[in-house]
Ligand binder design. Structure first.
Ligand SMILES: [Mn+2]
Length: 312
């Protein structure tokens, strides 16, 4: 099944890699791992990464020309639907391969590799590169490092509910093949600077509780006061998840248009993506989001989350 991916890869000299809007660690590392694998094994091919360079650990934006994209084979990683791709020119590529681990929303690629049981897009890419279809190709230390970083970034170092025995098998293989220093990579991905730690403390101090539902609501003026971007603020959602008493928790952030973006997380079997989908969002069973809610819809949405978290 992955052979088709290899067949296409062999055909093209120009490769482009696309990500989702506001790329997170899994998305960034997926792009970098693919690039590293292709450069190691096909030094004559050109690889370029498109999109905003806003992820703080590693950032890239190769400023692709329209012509380059049109002639290229595009990989679109970690992105469930077309409108979420952060450079819409991806759809103009000569051939498109979607690689994703979110529940299926759209088959926008010419080939669509969608495996929602994988914990991270990096787990999926590692699975593909380790498959028999790719036998004989080099998976370098750098490639293994990127893939491992993506997995621990999306699973918060193997804490999330979508971690499986396959996740551990693949992580173990990456450590072995790449001779990886696990603790160094965990530090690189998970540790915060003093500045962002202190900002996080300010954000977390805004936590409000309704029984087993916890949330943080941030107005634009709050973001300004604390000195964080929307994406940085949202990333603190995992911090609240460590509270035992919570079943569902959320960070809601006011947008420039006075609408509200909400990220939602859950544990203990509480499934939130279907509720998010009813409000125009989506995501994984325990990690989902809704964007651009009106104040009225936001109120209703939080009431539903509250009810769900506190049922029985
Ligand atoms: Mn992901």
């Amino acid at each position: 099944m992955y052979k088709e991916v290899l067949d296409q890869l062999l055909k093209y000299d120009k490769i482009s890699i696309f990500r989702h809007q506001r790329p997170d660690g899994d998305c960034m590392f997926s792009a970098l791992a693919l690039e590293s694998f292709i450069k190691d094994n096909f030094p004559d091919k050109t690889v370029k990464i498109a999109g905003e360079d806003i992820y703080d650990l590693v950032s890239r934006n190769d400023k692709l020309s329209d012509r380059y994209i049109k002639e290229s084979l595009a990989f679109i990683v970690d992105t469930s639907n077309e409108t979420r791709i952060d450079d819409q020119r991806a759809m103009k590529a000569r051939f498109k391969i979607k690689m994703d681990h979110h529940p299926l929303l759209e088959n926008y690629g010419d080939i669509n590799i969608i495996e929602p049981k994988t914990s991270a897009c990096c787990e999926l890419i590692a699975k593909i590169l380790f498959s028999k279809d790719f036998k004989g190709y080099e998976i370098s230390r750098k490639t293994c490092e990127y893939l491992y970083c993506g997995i621990i970034s999306d699973t918060i170092n193997f804490r999330t509910t979508n971690v499986t025995t396959d996740t551990f098998s693949i992580a173990s293989k990456l450590v072995k093949v790449g001779d990886l220093q696990i603790s160094e990579l965990v530090e690189f991905v998970m540790d915060k600077s003093l500045d962002s730690f202190q900002k996080a403390a300010k954000i977390v101090s805004k936590l409000k509780l309704r029984g087993s539902f916890g949330y943080i609501f941030l107005k634009l003026s709050d973001l300004e006061k604390i000195g964080v971007s929307q994406i940085e603020a949202k990333n603190n959602i995992d911090e609240i998840g460590k509270i035992k008493e919570l079943n569902i928790w959320s960070v809601a952030i006011e947008t420039k248009d006075k609408l509200i973006d909400c990220s939602v997380r859950s544990k203990k079997g509480f499934i939130v993506n279907q509720l998010c989908a009813r409000y125009g969002g989506g995501g994984h069973a325990n990690a989902a989001a809704v964007k651009n809610l009106s104040k009225k819809d936001f109120k209703r949405f939080y009431e539903e989350l509250d009810n769900m978290a506190n049922q029985n």
